[in-house]
Design a binder for this molecule. Structure first.
Ligand code: ADP
Ligand code: MG
Length: 283
């Protein structure tokens, strides 16, 4: 049976937006010494905007965005919303496949099209431009038609204003912070620097995130915080998985032990401190 003190602590947590699925999860939360955190949509504001489109000579900005939007219309990824908002129109397509951590592939007007990371899609002659955009903290989405790259879409999603404060509080409380992201090295490091995070794992596929969390959990009790479908395996592998924000995916909420109804990252140190106090009262 769950002790009455735990039930009342879980009730108190729900009043500041922390929903805990079980007494066991609450008790484990109080022992946590490491936090693995997703970047896109968790550390960032989740308001990605297209700020740059670089095309090959034969392609227009409008055409590149229209093609990308045809595929992105089928995705719930935050980057998809940014591309759809910037595109003048979207062609129709019906055979789109989404590869978590990579991007999308499908057929538009009879031609295969891929939209996704510059690790998955070879940017060819556009590669130097990709590096420049990434060093400025942008996520770069490459667009490929047939087997030729035609454009790079530079998308900016700002760091949440309270991110550095939340990271500092966790560090002061003796909790190690590690960033896990599917985004590339250069973009990841630009954002991590601003957030005060030094342990950064970039270009992580869902199973890489899962592996990193498993490894950390072997050493110390570890929390994973994420919002996306790509975070679900890592959330399940953590001692405690936390789904963050109202905009989180159903898969993330399903895989998590704890859900925050808000997106303010200061809830994380606050929630951990609450769980530690709960443990002290019990023992
Ligand atoms: P994160 O771990 O930062 O939340 P994801 O694993 O969801 O990121 O995605 C990693 C990378 O895969 C993105 O930075 C993007 O380049 C690419 N990607 C994923 N989904 C899409 C999509 N729907 N459209 C374009 N690119 C995508
Ligand atoms: Mg995410």
């Amino acid at each position: 049976a769950v002790p009455v003190t735990v039930i009342s602590a879980i009730g108190a947590a729900s009043r500041f937006g922390m929903i805990i699925k079980s007494g066991a999860a609450f008790e484990e939360l109080g022992t946590v010494r490491a936090v693995a955190i997703d970047k896109t949509g968790t550390l960032t504001l989740n308001r990605p905007e297209v700020v740059e489109v670089i095309t090959t000579p034969g392609t227009t900005r409008e055409h590149a965005l229209t093609l990308a939007a045809a595929l992105e219309a089928r995705s719930t990824h935050p980057l998809a919303a940014a591309i759809l908002a910037a595109a003048p129109t979207a062609s129709r397509t019906d055979d789109v496949e989404e590869l978590p951590g990579r991007g999308l592939q499908g057929t538009v007007d009879g031609t295969p099209v891929r939209v996704g990371t510059t690790r998955w899609i070879d940017a060819g002659d556009l590669e130097p431009h990709a590096a420049t955009l990434e060093e400025q903290g942008m996520t770069v989405v490459a667009v490929e038609v047939g087997d030729a790259p035609v454009a790079l879409i530079g998308i900016r999603d700002e760091l949440r204003p309270e991110a550095a404060q939340a990271v500092r509080q966790l560090t002061d409380d003796g909790v190690r912070v590690m960033m896990l992201t599917g985004d590339n090295e250069r973009t990841a490091h630009a954002l991590a620097r601003a957030a005060g995070i030094t342990d950064v794992r970039a270009a992580q596929l869902p199973q890489d995130k899962e592996h990193a969390v498993r490894e950390s959990a072997q050493r110390v009790p570890t929390v994973m915080i994420g919002d996306g479908v790509n975070d679900a395996p890592a959330l399940a592998a953590a001692n405690v998985g936390i789904a963050m924000g109202a905009g989180g995916s159903a898969a993330a909420i399903e895989s998590a032990d704890v859900a925050f109804t808000g997106s303010d990252l200061r809830l994380v140190p606050q929630g951990l401190a609450h769980a530690r106090r709960g443990r002290r009262i019990m023992t």
